[in-house]
Design a protein. Structure first.
Length: 282
């Protein structure tokens, strides 16, 4: 089953996956809050979570997109490690009839197996390119829990004014991931799937919570972006999709070498980044 796209219902296919074999689940299930057909149909969340749990290794993690209501269901079994936002360059309608503002962000959560040990969890810091700088750190007098802000930052060195902080041109990826929605993707990257996720977005999640050679499961594969990201980042995958039309699209994407698109993985990720600066939610 490894490195395969399986045409079938995940509720049935999950039964055939060996217990304790999955390092991470990265998926975009039906949100059940839009007027898309698969959202109207929905799925049995409780049964899905029951079938999924034994497949995940005890220190495995999940990265899941979804509505707040859906993510809350997951949190009933899987402890939340952190949550974040996918920030889009352009707003989209939530439904055709809802009296709501257009959506420019989508939440995601990183969950862990309920028996996990934090020391065993995978977390890989991602560094993005940025402007180098050198600055002197000042003690502003701000105190939190009786500790000044310089000591809290680094108790080993930042205890005096004029400590020099230097950066050689990197920024750490935050929990706000900037990546294009479908309408902002290059035309040759778009598929007919209505909720296609960009490679840059899924690649960030893959790099954060897996190592090369790990096995990633996507039970709701859609357009297959999880498989694409895993293939290019040297991770193994099992993708499940019930619609034959989308399975064919995934195979087509997987069988098109990235070199034929004239892009390296790094160049593809760079192209997919929107042209604005990282924003704070608060």
């Amino acid at each position: 089953m490894i490195n395969q796209v399986i045409h079938g219902d995940c509720f049935e296919v999950l039964k055939d996956i060996p217990d304790g074999s999955i390092d991470a689940v990265i998926t975009d299930p039906p949100y059940m809050t839009t007027d898309l057909n698969f959202d109207k149909t929905g799925f049995d969340v409780d049964l899905f979570l029951k079938l999924l749990l034994p497949k995940l290794k005890s220190d495995g993690q999940l990265a899941v997109f979804g509505s707040i209501e859906l993510l809350a269901k997951f949190s009933g079994i899987y402890p939340i490690r952190w949550s974040g936002m996918w920030l889009k360059p352009r707003g989209v309608m939530r439904t055709h009839v809802a009296k709501k503002p257009m959506s420019k962000s989508e939440p995601y959560c990183i969950f862990a197996h309920p028996k996990h040990k934090v020391s065993n969890l995978v977390y890989n810091k991602i560094l993005l390119p940025g402007e180098p700088y050198k600055k002197k750190q000042k003690n502003t007098g701000y105190v939190r829990d009786g500790i000044n802000q310089i000591d809290r930052a680094n108790a080993s060195a930042w205890t005096k004014d004029d400590y020099v902080s230097e950066n050689h041109g990197t920024r750490q990826q935050t929990d706000v991931i900037e990546a294009p929605n479908k309408s902002c993707l290059k035309h040759h990257e778009r598929t007919i799937h209505p909720t296609q996720k960009p490679v840059a977005l899924i690649s960030t999640l893959v790099q954060w919570i897996t190592n090369p050679g790990d096995l990633v499961l996507d039970p709701f594969a859609g357009s297959g972006t999880t498989a694409i990201a895993c293939k290019e980042l040297n991770r193994n995958y099992i993708c499940i999709e019930k619609e034959r039309e989308y399975v064919d699209i995934i195979h087509q994407r997987l069988n098109t070498p990235i070199t034929e698109r004239g892009l390296t993985v790094e160049e593809q990720v760079e192209i997919e980044k929107p042209p604005y600066q990282q924003l704070s939610l608060f």
